[in-house]
Write a protein that binds this ligand. Structure first.
Ligand SMILES: NC(=O)c1ccc[n+]([C@@H]2O[C@H](COP(=O)([O-])OP(=O)(O)OC[C@H]3O[C@@H](n4cnc5c(N)ncnc54)[C@H](OP(=O)(O)O)[C@@H]3O)[C@@H](O)[C@H]2O)c1
Length: 269
């Protein structure tokens, strides 16, 4: 069963990572279309700013400061969102962060934290909000994963692992809940120009990748269209999806390409 998300009026949306980048733009876009939005992230001041932007055009937004890697905070934020808005129709699991780092130089605490924030945060929110969607026979789950969740680049071990986990969760869940009326969309973005890339990360990106960076507004356009069409997966920019075919039919070639493009020589040689 396919479920299209066309009309946002009267719908309640919860978006994690709504203080910046892709999450902020999605929140603004869905609110413009009439949704009431719960905005989740750690920085309360930034969430307030996004909420103000939404209220400025007559929309409704509830900022909820929460560390998505903390299970208790997620449960409390989910309860607050339902109290403030009523049942949640659309959950966007978007909060996350990444680093480019050699495995041996990567602090184990940060590797654990990345899994908690990027993967477990999505699992916690889904656990908190899915059963009510199933009971109502309607709902949408959007997982903002990454191309790194399907093709693992070098020097992104912890990040790729967290996004592979997220893609696995979303793909399996989609099979389980679609007949109950809950639609799952998995989004796999390539490099998008947002604060996700700090100066260090930008410097480590190969020049070709820097040139090919896509704009977050264009990704958000595509996500909105994917929801209208009831698509289950979106890779953006679309041409990257040809890499999945290449990986399946020419794994050795693809591996060499990915290694060449993503393994940065720490000495710059
Ligand atoms: N930009 C890209 O090239 C790209 C590519 C593929 C996938 N993605 C994915 O897209 C998602 C959004 O990234 P973005 O590009 O929009 O980056 P961004 O501008 O840095 O936004 C990240 C968002 O996640 C929130 N966040 C981070 N840690 C959190 C935590 N522990 N608890 C709650 N919120 C947390 C941040 O808010 P606070 O700091 O206020 O908590 C912020 O709102 C991420 O999952 C990222 O992996 C991005």
């Amino acid at each position: 069963m396919m479920s299209r998300l066309i009309d946002y009026s009267g719908r309640n949306v919860l978006i994690t990572g709504a203080s910046s980048g892709i999450g902020r733009l999605l929140a603004l876009r869905m609110a413009e279309k009439g949704a009431r939005v719960a905005l989740v992230a750690r920085r309360r001041d930034q969430l307030e700013k996004v909420a103000e932007e939404i209220r400025a055009f007559g929309g409704e937004a509830v900022p909820l400061a929460c560390d998505v890697g903390d299970r208790e905070q997620v449960m409390a934020a989910s309860t607050r969102a339902v109290e403030e808005l009523g049942s949640i129709d659309v959950l966007v699991n978007n909060a996350g962060y990444g680093h480019h780092r050699h495995f041996l130089d990567w602090d184990l605490d940060d590797m654990e934290r990345m899994m908690r924030v990027n993967y477990l945060g999505s699992l916690y929110f889904t656990k908190a909000l899915l059963s009510a969607m199933v009971d109502r026979g309607r709902g949408w789950l959007v997982f903002i994963a990454s191309v790194a969740g399907r093709i693992a680049p070098a020097e992104e071990t912890a990040y790729a692992a967290s996004k592979h986990a997220m893609v696995g969760l979303a793909s399996s869940l989609s099979l389980e809940v679609e007949d109950a009326g809950v639609h799952v969309l998995t989004v796999l973005p390539g490099a998008i120009r947002t604060p996700f890339f700090d100066d260090e990360a930008l410097a480590r990106l190969p020049a070709v990748a820097r040139k090919q960076m896509a704009e977050p507004e264009d990704l958000v356009d595509e996500i909105m269209v994917a929801l209208v069409r009831g698509r289950r997966e979106l890779t953006f920019p679309r041409w990257i999806a040809s890499g999945y075919v290449a990986q399946a039919i020419a794994p050795g070639f693809t591996r060499r390409q990915v290694k060449k493009q993503t393994l940065v020589d720490p000495d710059g040689e």
